[in-house]
Design a protein around this ligand. Sequence first.
Ligand code: SF4
Length: 110
Amino acid sequence: MNPMSEGSGHSGESGATASKPRKAKIPGVVSIGVERSKGCGFCVSFCPLGVLRMSTRFNAKGYHYPEVADGDKCTGCGLCGMYCPDFAIFGARSSGVVRSGAKAKASDTE
Ligand code: SF4
């Protein structure tokens, strides 16, 4: 009666009953090229999950740029990038290593 069953694939009840099963959601990541944006807002409008919003800050060209409002919702569908006329934003499915969230920098603003 060994309580430690090593690697037998019979993990049984070792805490599995207490935890919730993981959601089947595929996490996404969105990257924003702040200085490429002309502030059209297409990405914000077309994101089906409300991940994005327009920043109140300006980029070096004087445009408001998109920023992540709720990165955990991003599925990496890529619609934001498909609608962007300036190739300023890209959404992609992550490998699971990187959780969703923009790499938008607020540098060169103000
Ligand atoms: S990849 Fe899809 S879900 Fe993520 S921000 Fe872009 S449009 Fe929204």
